[in-house]
Ligand binder design. Sequence first.
Ligand code: ZN
Length: 480
Amino acid sequence: MSDIETNLKQLFSKIDELKPAFIERLTKAVAIPSVSSDETLRPKVVEMANFLQNELKNLGADDISIKELGIQPPPVNDSNLKLPPIVLSKFGSDPNKKTILIYGHYDVQPALLEDGWNSDPFVLIEKDNKLIGRGSTDDKGPVMGWLNSLQAHKELNIPLPVNIVFCFEGMEESGSIGLDKLIQKEAKSYFNNVNSVCISDNYWLGTKKPVLTYGLRGCNYYQLIIKGPGADLHSGIFGGIIHEPMTDLIKVMSTLVDINGNILIPGVNEMVAPVTEKEDELYKDIEFDVNELNLASGSNTAIYQDKKNILMHRWRYPSLSLHGIEGAFSGAGAKTVIPSKVIGKFSIRTVPDMDSEKLTKLVTDFCNAKFKDLGSPNEFKAELIHDGAYWVSDPFNDEFTSAKLATKKVWGIEPDLTREGGSIPITLTFEQELGANVLLLPMGKGDDGAHSINEKLDVPNYIEGTKTLTAYLHYYGATK
Ligand SMILES: [Zn+2]
């Protein structure tokens, strides 16, 4: 047996042995209601940062650095509200070893028993081989998983196969305020020499097969502002004799996308990178079918019935969704108002090789032309509210190859290579600022209910997941 396999054998049985201690660690973490969006709970978020600091110290960190981010910018109720700190830490600085930056977040989504939880969300319970509690899977479980791995190494006196730099933030569920700036600032100092970044903050596609994630879509969000009369009017008095902003808006919005999800703005689909043979191959083994989509959407409204089309349109093609109309009458009943100003909102999920600026020009030019065609005297403006870029990695690089080996070793099966339809904006920041590859190595299952009630992490995902993270460190550490 090679050194790696000997070490992993010992580490795995140590991890099994320490299972009760690991569950205890997660229980303590879940007990701290570190909800970043609730200003009154901010001291708890800070308490969670202190908890981590303490754990890192006990595990023998070579350095722990608490980065304060100052006052939280508006909108806030408390204008002196301090942002929770970013907890940085280092284990090892051997120039002959690779350095992995591990990112995780210690804040959680809000949770109240009244929301429909079957038990107190901040008391971790073990039931039917599941660990139920807020943050169990997002993201306290994975964060504890890394600490668990360090503990196993420490107790066995097995040296870490890589240098580790931790970056734990406390505002992920509230827009990661301050993180981008910190990464830029530390790129050449605390994060200097980082070869690779690993993030465990997403999920398996389904519930049976582990996955590695190599792509995320971006998002460009737009609004169309139409202004007409000086005030809201009564349709009994003004209906039929003035140009109504709402009618104009519906006309323009209806030209953006058809009912089968096809984007109708010329030039947009032309920017999409073609499917390569290698990529096409990746969809073959993935475990997924239309029933999973129907279950997730709670309906039979799928546009595509086959796995490949569903996944490709979720992951590697753009989509345009109409989200809402600000200023429109939206209550119950039959109000006869003519809104004087309405703002239509829609977004486009972006993919390689779409260029954000070019996309925005295509979108605004198209909307302006469609509005002009109406010949309406109302005022019209189309604009971008915000954009976040897509991310895609090479699923055959050293990081993914090592993670495949690790998954196979622990789960006895090749992981599916997946992408996600949504965004984790920080992925791209790490890649660009550090010039390092990023691997998304999820621990939890697709049905964990990350932002929902009764959030859970299966016990095997926590324990075998800890082993997977451990094996990844060793296989990646051995790459040249
Ligand atoms: Zn998360």
